[in-house]
Design a protein around this ligand. Structure first.
Ligand SMILES: *[C@@H]1O[C@H](CO)[C@@H](O)[C@H](O)[C@H]1NC(C)=O
Ligand SMILES: *[C@@H]1O[C@H](CO)[C@@H](O)[C@H](O)[C@H]1NC(C)=O
Ligand SMILES: *[C@@H]1O[C@H](CO)[C@@H](O)[C@H](O)[C@H]1NC(C)=O
Ligand SMILES: *[C@@H]1O[C@H](CO)[C@@H](O)[C@H](O)[C@H]1NC(C)=O
Ligand SMILES: *[C@@H]1O[C@H](CO)[C@@H](O)[C@H](O)[C@H]1NC(C)=O
Length: 465
């Protein structure tokens, strides 16, 4: 396993960057009495678009943990991330798209594909004098631009959709990804849904026509479009906001032109037809493209964490950390701040399925000598609100380390139970939160009296779906 892993890194995976473990002040230093107690390294790789969200979550998970640990994430693209997991080189993958049914079936292992967020892909452009949100495009027009059939910004078809805009009589520079990208797959699936206007197929990479410029990673698309007027590209919403590039409004099935921040994305996701479990090849067929409604944004997808159901071979600490990190991604703490990263929280119906799966990840048994060295029984402090109607305080999935023998106390919790003044309205989907000041979630990830009410709010809000 370590050979394969080192090999993967040495053979030039792009943009390798580790988010180093943050050992909090309450970090335990287990004087290793057996190999199982040495600092475990839990390695992940995948989506470049989701790297900021993933790294923030694992930094927070490390900071709210009570053991030394090292969670890492390599931003290599969804396609390479899936390969790294299937080749056993990494413990988990983060992917913008599910495995294809054929790949899932042919995998030798039992895999979970656990959705934890909703992503949306934006069409970004740089035309001086045309602000973000002003340019309107529809699927046939985008297909013609990406097929190199429409080559000028003031083409009558583009002008027809944008009667009020002064479009330049200049060539369009079309930007695509070189690496195997889940975002490319999402955009080409959107285009391919109309076979009359798109003939180039769909996938993480496709044979693009000659007119395109190719760049590496979501970051590459954003830097290219920010540096070049007259360019157009595609990138996940959070990356577009972070890079300050302009975002086009896309025509949806109901005939409305919408940007992701005008859509009710959680409501859309609630209308999805779901597979029976996270251990299914059928996630490939979960389809946002057929959803109809004025509130629908046309290019959305589920963001997945993928991992082996049975983590036993990794040993007690690493397997437990892997399971707790998965639950952490689904916790109210992370779901509540999704919008800050350009993602949308999943509706509770989907979250129940995901949390149910995460709770059944198989971990190695606690070694007999664990108590002797006061090894905690949990490593990441996961707060998940109890289902409505259950007694407060009995948070299922919460990992209060204090219950285990000799575990250090959690980070000290504020004692006030008052809701914070100025608490943000949790009904987030219609607002472009990234354009305003970011939400602040006090005591994020920590079971704190003051934080609990705030964190509860996400589950209460999501309950309506
Ligand atoms: C991580 O914690 C910071 C500080 O509390 C918070 O602002 C941020 O939203 C958190 N992000 C995630 C993904 O948990
Ligand atoms: C995957 O496996 C399922 C169950 O065995 C089967 O019904 C399905 O046809 C397979 N799909 C592919 C693409 O191999
Ligand atoms: C458009 O490109 C120019 C460079 O040609 C750059 O200065 C500008 O910031 C870009 N605008 C946007 C909104 O990305
Ligand atoms: C989104 O849709 C849900 C379900 O219909 C609805 O309850 C909620 O109010 C909508 N949110 C906004 C901001 O319109
Ligand atoms: C998990 O894998 C281990 C081998 O690593 C095996 O002994 C155990 O039976 C498996 N557990 C389940 C529930 O599949």
């Amino acid at each position: 396993m370590w050979t394969a892993c080192s090999l993967a890194v040495l053979t030039g995976l792009a943009l390798v960057a580790h988010a180093a473990a943050q050992s909090g002040t309450d970090a335990l230093s287990p004087s290793a009495s057996s190999a199982d107690f040495s600092t475990p390294i839990v390695k992940g790789s995948g989506s470049t678009a989701a790297s900021e969200l993933t790294r923030a979550a694992l930094t927070n998970a490390s900071a709210t943990g009570n053991a030394q640990m090292s969670l890492t994430y390599d931003s290599v693209g969804s396609g390479q991330g899936q390969k790294n997991l299937l080749q056993n080189a990494y413990d988990y993958a983060i992917s913008d798209v599910p495995l294809s049914e054929a790949v899932y079936n042919s995998s030798a292992k039992d895999l979970f594909q656990i959705p934890f967020a909703i992503n949306s892909v934006t069409i970004v452009y740089n035309i001086s004098g045309i602000p973000s949100g002003a340019l309107r495009l529809d699927r046939p027009t985008l297909a013609a631009i990406y097929s190199c059939d429409i080559t000028l910004w003031n083409d009558p078809i583009i002008a027809g959709l944008n009667p009020g805009l002064a479009l330049p009589t200049r060539p369009i520079t079309v930007v695509v990804r070189t690496d195997a990208s889940g975002t490319t797959q999402q955009v080409t699936e959107y285009l391919a849904a109309d076979a009359n206007t798109w003939t180039l197929g769909s996938g993480k990479t496709i044979g693009w026509p000659k007119c395109v410029v190719t760049v590496q990673g979501s970051e590459g698309v954003v830097s290219y479009v920010s540096a070049n007027t007259l360019s157009i590209g595609y990138v996940e919403y959070g990356q577009a906001r972070k890079g300050g590039v302009s975002v086009a409004a896309l025509k949806n099935n109901a005939g409305a032109f919408v940007t992701p921040w005008q859509a009710n994305i959680t409501r859309m996701a609630n209308d999805l037809v779901l597979p029976p479990s996270a251990a299914s090849a059928q996630w490939e067929h979960v389809n946002f493209l057929s959803l109809v409604g004025a509130y629908v944004y046309p290019i959305c997808g589920l963001e997945f964490i993928m991992l082996n159901i049975n983590q036993t071979s990794k040993g007690y600490m690493a397997s437990t950390i892997m399971k707790e990190f998965t639950l952490y991604l689904l916790s109210d703490a992370v779901q509540y701040c999704m919008q800050n990263y350009g993602y949308t929280a999943i509706p509770l119906r989907l979250c129940r399925l995901a949390r149910g799966a995460a709770r059944t990840i198989v971990v190695a048994p606690r070694p007999p000598d664990a108590d002797a060295i006061s090894l905690p029984s949990s490593f990441i402090n996961v707060y998940i609100a109890p289902p409505p109607g259950t007694a407060p305080g009995a948070a299922p999935g919460a990992a209060p380390g204090a219950a285990s023998s000799g575990a250090p106390a959690l980070a000290s919790a504020p004692t006030s139970s008052q809701p914070k003044p100025g608490m943000p309205n949790p009904n987030l989907p219609l607002v472009d939160h990234l354009a305003g000041s970011p939400l602040v979630v006090p005591g994020n990830g920590v079971i704190a009296a003051a934080g609990r009410r705030l964190l509860d709010t996400w589950s209460e809000w999501a309950e309506q779906f």
